[in-house]
Design a protein around this ligand. Structure first.
Ligand code: MF3
Ligand code: CO
Length: 253
């Protein structure tokens, strides 16, 4: 679909995004040592459906080699970067868990993610989470009409690399609307020769995936779960935002 959304499309996106925001708030009360990731997924799915939404990730993608995504949320623990599949895994005190949720309603999508603490976590994980979330907001601060995608990327990258953290290259943010993933790709690292310019009315999902160590990642045998190559923890924060001629509007807040 077109890069620029009109007023009525934006209204519909507001609604999908609002459900996503409510899910990420609602799930906070369920994150505790002993809970399984499939339990969290069930709570998320039920909540989305109760609001008249459709879990956007369920059945997404797939190929001859990889099954379509089987759950409503992506739940990624510690060294899992993104796309962790909910299952029997139990959360333990000291874990960090990234929960990524997409909702479709009235034909339009919303997408947001957040990393949560399970009980008390190490100073190392605490800092990783804090810096990653800060970098998302620094990136959002650059997302105004007339700026380039590279302005967002540079803001995220310089903040995270300044703390010695790795900015994942293998996955990026994206435009969003009638599809979960639309043009443009929204990298979290500077891309030479990318002159893409942001314009009022564009809606994009910015989603830094930041590793404590190396930025390199690998995919597990399930075909979905992305983990850090060095086994160090990773954090992920994402918002869907509307570009305006002044401050961006965060639709998933
Ligand atoms: N939230 C992810 C993104 O922002 C999408 C998850 S992939 C899926 O791109 F298969 F789980 F949907
Ligand atoms: Co996304």
């Amino acid at each position: 679909m077109g890069l620029i959304k009109n007023r009525s499309e934006i209204e519909l996106m507001r609604e999908s995004c609002s459900i996503v925001a409510q899910v990420l708030k609602h799930i906070t009360g369920f994150i505790e040592p002993g809970v399984t990731t499939e339990k969290l997924d069930k709570v998320i799915e039920d909540f989305i459906i109760s609001k008249g939404g459709i879990p956007a990730f369920k059945g997404y993608g797939g190929s001859r080699k990889v099954k379509p995504y089987p759950a409503s949320a992506c739940i990624s623990v510690n060294e899992e970067v993104v796309h962790g599949i909910p299952g029997e895994k139990v959360l333990n005190e000291g874990d960090i868990v990234s929960i990524d949720v997409g909702v479709k309603k009235n034909g339009y999508f919303g997408d947001s993610a957040k990393t949560y603490k399970v009980g008390k976590v190490s100073q190392k994980k605490e800092t990783l989470m804090k810096v990653t979330e800060e970098s998302l907001f620094l990136g959002i601060g650059q997302a105004v009409d007339g700026n380039e995608l590279n302005d967002i990327a540079s803001a995220i990258q310089s903040h995270c690399e300044g703390h010695g953290f790795g900015v994942v290259r293998a996955l990026v943010g994206h435009g969003i609307g009638k599809n979960l993933h639309e043009e443009p790709a929204v990298p979290n690292y500077f891309v030479p020769n990318n002159r893409f310019r942001l314009r009022q009315g564009m809606v994009i999902a910015i989603e830094p995936m930041i590793n404590y160590g190396t930025y390199e990642v690998k995919t597990l045998k399930d075909g979905w779960t992305i983990v850090t190559a060095d086994g160090e923890p990773s954090a992920h924060f994402e918002h869907t935002i509307l570009i305006t001629d002044t401050k961006p509007e965060i639709l998933t807040l």
